[in-house]
Design a protein around this ligand. Structure first.
Ligand SMILES: [Zn+2]
Length: 467
């Protein structure tokens, strides 16, 4: 017997057609939306990259200028010109602030030229921050911060306000704000929240163990367990601006104290005892910022970036770099989720840095080889975010900043968690004893599976991030 298919009744056909239409319509809308989304994403990427490059270019300009002035200082000392020395030193102190601020302004211009509009939240954040700077540096705060040059704090505050008035499109994401807590605290570590979100129990075992397989998952009691947030930095003089700093320090010392440097200056710039013995202020690299090797780019480590070859020795250092973040509106039709629940946004973070070297005896050396800042920067390149001085700062990640600045102090005082904040939700999950028990039980039998990340410092044990 032949099998016959029954013809569908006309009612079923209508239902089928309707369903097909709905699917087609959805596909059409989704495609249109996808196209807009992709276009916007490319636009945001270009703008973000351009902003980071513009900022890094000004960091290079700043360092080269300060370096050239160090050389001019040597020449002025050789000529016994005290006035010139004084003028040079004062100019260097100003440039170490003015240069990075120009970088901030240049980043805005680059982002806007690439079609990104000023972000009202960024703008408000910078304006509010300018006010914080004003309060932090005011003598009334009891810290007695010495100004790096006369009237520095007022000028710095005014420059931030001027940039805010023009509107901030690209947030300086690796800024280190003076008034921010200075030091480690688990709740200021993004990796903590990511570990809770992803149930990465090993993270707790590797970073917050209290002997055996015991970790803070077992030790936690209530919000008081975490301890207060650290105090802000109490350095007497803040020689670098918070945003796009180039990491230098003014040091009063005779250059002769540094034998290889004295030799280099003698050979290349005709330095004699006149300049080498002078007790003057010179501009050096802050070696806590400028160090080797370049974190995140070291090969042969479990956690290093996948590179085709090793970083050239003359470039293998950490130093000044610029990280910018921007948000661009995505279409409301897109199916992506959003952290703040309002308009869905495309986020793009980019990093760039100046590259340079000095030549001594025919070979290329790292720019900070002699400690003294010398004109060395020749190129600007985009770099991977994980190899940037990004750490846990995320200073222009609006949700994160809000969490750190206003939610955490509340939580640590009275255990209150802000609703709607992703980080507060994750903190709430950590407080849940069932959640923690799950981790403790897993670790009690599986902790041997957790291998120590070979390179963790500077990243706070954080997870690898792309853009
Ligand atoms: Zn929060």
């Amino acid at each position: 017997m032949r099998c016959s298919t029954r013809r569908p009744s006309s009612g079923q056909a209508v239902v089928f057609l309707l369903a097909a239409l709905v699917i087609l319509l959805a596909a059409f809308l989704w495609n249109v939306d996808l196209h807009t989304l992709v276009t916007r994403k490319i636009k945001a990427q270009n703008a973000g990259d351009a902003a980071a490059l513009a900022a890094a270019r000004w960091q290079a300009n700043t360092l080269n200028l300060i370096g050239q002035l160090n050389i001019a200082h040597v020449a002025a000392r050789e000529a016994h010109d005290d006035n010139a020395v004084a003028a040079i030193t004062s100019m260097q102190a100003r440039i170490s602030f003015a240069g990075p601020l120009t970088a901030l302004a240049a980043a805005q211009a680059a982002a806007k030229k690439n079609g990104i509009e000023a972000n009202p939240e960024f703008t408000a954040l910078l304006r509010r921050h300018a006010q914080d700077v004003f309060e932090f540096t005011s003598p009334a705060n009891g810290r007695e911060l010495r100004e790096p040059y006369p009237n520095a704090w007022t000028e710095y505050h005014d420059a931030l306000i001027n940039i805010a008035n023009d509107g901030v499109a690209a947030g300086p994401d690796n800024a280190r704000f003076y008034a921010d807590p200075c030091g480690d605290h688990i709740l200021l570590t993004k990796a903590f929240y990511e570990a809770v979100a992803g149930r990465e129990w090993c993270w707790f075992f590797l970073n917050h163990s209290s002997g055996g397989t015991r970790t803070i998952l077992d030790d936690f009691t209530d919000h008081t367990f975490f301890g207060p947030l650290p105090d802000p930095s109490d350095e007497e003089v803040l020689e670098n601006p918070e945003i796009f700093s180039v990491g230098i320090e003014a040091r009063e010392m005779p250059l002769r104290a540094n034998a290889p440097l004295a030799e280099y200056l003698r050979e290349n710039f005709g330095a004699t005892t006149n300049s080498l013995d002078a007790h003057d202020i010179w501009f050096f690299y802050d070696q806590s910022v400028w160090r080797s090797p370049w974190p995140g780019m070291t090969l042969g480590m479990d956690d290093s970036l996948p590179l085709a070859g090793s970083v050239r020795d003359e470039y293998d250092y950490a130093g000044a770099d610029a990280v910018t973040r921007l948000y661009a509106p995505a279409s409301l039709l897109s199916f992506s989720s959003s952290t703040n629940g309002a308009t869905r946004q495309i986020v793009w973070t980019a990093a760039a840095r100046p590259f340079g070297y000095i030549i001594a005896d025919g070979s290329r050396l790292r720019p900070n080889s002699f400690g003294l800042v010398l004109p060395s920067y020749r190129d600007i390149r985009l770099i991977p975010l994980d190899a940037a001085s990004y750490g846990n700062d995320s200073s222009f990640d609006i949700d994160w900043r809000q969490h750190c600045d206003s939610h955490l102090p509340d939580y640590l005082d009275n255990g209150a968690l802000a609703s709607g904040c992703r980080y507060c939700v994750l903190l709430g999950r950590f407080e849940d004893s069932t959640f923690r028990r799950q981790g403790s039980e897993w670790l009690s039998t599986n902790s041997y599976k957790c291998t120590l990340p070979s390179y963790g410092h500077g990243q706070g044990g954080g997870t690898r991030r792309g853009h």
